[in-house]
Design a binder for this molecule. Structure first.
Ligand code: CMC
Length: 377
């Protein structure tokens, strides 16, 4: 037995060096490859951010065009994966369907990077292009509708919205989605990215790393929080009930989803940007209920617990107004974070060190082994 300090939840442990993303938890800043998220959300596109995270620099116009073209050309799902999705019961949680499909992808593609070890950015592009198609296929099938073919003339955000809603969206809705995708694309060594890097650090393949990450993102303490926020808003129902519902939950020591963060000690800068979009989309659609409820919830949670909103607080209110069902919110998170996961996996391959921490043993010692027939109780 050793007697070393245990960092529960690996809190504050610096596990590796990375050039991809910096979080200033005290200053409330998020930086991708040196660029402030506020500038990227204001001025760039998801495709530009994907290029930035994969290549470590912003693209020139021809480079961006090439990347967008490649993403557009990789959106079609292999038939074998489609058949697997058809076999899943319609009650399957969409995150489970996504995890299953991603883990099966390589088996149906002769050119897929299925071999263990380093794969190029092409593998990252392929996953990024395919995730919206997978989720859309499963979602439409479970509702008894025929799948929609992806639209190669549309941007990533526009195609994704089309696939998830089945309709053409307005330019403002598409821009809201683009911004949400930019904001979720990476977040340093969060739980799912860590899971992806742990998998990659064994020299396993990219699809396995992303499969690990999807399973990790699913949890309500991570990517599953946005769906729970909408559940809470529907439970509250009207602004005048917000204070009573929230104080009741806090008195019962329940967590309020969309608040608190391991790294940010002030407001998550992504929440600030999404709050603005929640109001804007609410105004455009003539429905400010979710926004007004969220403002009220924010006030009560801050008053009672001193907690600030995180990225998951406002995202669901935007997605709901864009016509996306609640249980697709976390898959939507995955559709963006896949860029960060794959960027981190490629970084891991480039400077590989098996990730293998230690545990403090606290179990029994020196027990005497008794044969099966001599044991009781
Ligand atoms: N509601 C109520 N109390 C909370 C919350 C919350 N959302 N978050 C933290 N606290 C309390 C917690 O109960 C604890 O209080 P006490 O010291 O009295 O026991 C204190 O704040 C510290 O919490 P912690 O769990 O030790 O902090 P952590 O760093 O482990 O937790 C967290 C971070 C995100 C898991 C947590 O804040 C949480 O559960 N939030 C709700 C879920 C959520 O919104 N998750 C999305 C996170 S951001 C996006 C992502 O990464 O996917």
């Amino acid at each position: 037995m050793t007697d070393e300090a245990v960092q529960r939840g690996l809190e504050d442990v610096v596990a590796l060096e990375s050039k991809i993303c910096f979080i200033d938890g005290k200053g409330g800043r998020l930086i991708y490859e040196g660029y402030d998220i506020r500038d990227l959300a204001e001025r760039s596109s998801f495709e530009e951010v994907a290029y930035l995270l994969w290549y470590g620099r912003l693209p020139t116009a021809p480079q961006l065009e090439e990347l967008s073209g490649r993403l557009r050309s990789m959106r079609a799902l292999p038939d074998g994966v489609r058949r697997i999705l058809e076999e899943l019961p319609p009650t399957t949680p969409p995150m489970d369907a996504l995890r299953t499909a991603v883990s099966a992808l390589g088996s149906f593609e002769s050119t897929a990077p299925v071999a263990a070890g380093p794969t190029g950015i092409g593998g990252a592009m392929r996953l990024t292009a395919l995730l919206p198609t997978i989720v859309s296929e499963f979602h439409r099938r479970r509702n008894g509708r025929a799948p929609l073919p992806p639209r190669p003339e549309l941007s990533h955000a526009a195609n994704l919205l089309y696939l998830l809603t089945g309709t053409d969206s307005s330019p403002t809705d598409i821009r809201a989605m683009d911004v949400a995708l930019i904001l979720h694309a990476d977040h340093e060594l969060n739980a799912s990215t860590f899971a992806a890097r742990v998998t990659a650090s064994t020299l396993s393949d990219l699809d396995s790393a992303v499969t690990s990450a999807i399973g990790t993102l699913k949890g309500p303490l991570h990517g599953g929080a946005n769906e729970r926020v909408m559940e809470l808003l529907r439970e509250i129902g009207s602004v005048d009930r917000a204070a009573a519902v929230i104080t009741g939950k806090l008195a019962r020591h329940e967590r309020i989803m969309g608040f608190g963060h391991r790294v940010y000690k002030v407001e998550d800068p992504r929440a600030t940007i999404l709050r603005g979009w929640s109001r804007r989309i609410g105004e455009e659609k003539g429905n400010l209920l979710w926004f007004d409820l969220l403002r009220q919830v924010e006030q009560v949670v801050h008053q009672e617990k001193g907690l600030y909103p995180n990225v998951d607080l406002y995202s669901g209110s935007i997605y709901a107004l864009l016509g996306i069902p609640d249980d697709l919110f976390t898959p939507l998170f995955a559709m963006s974070r896949v860029v960060g996961w794959t960027a981190h996996v490629l970084e891991e391959y480039a400077d590989l060190r098996l990730i293998r921490p230690k545990a403090q043993y606290v179990g029994p010692e020196n027990l005497t082994y008794r044969p099966l027939g001599e044991r009781s109780g």
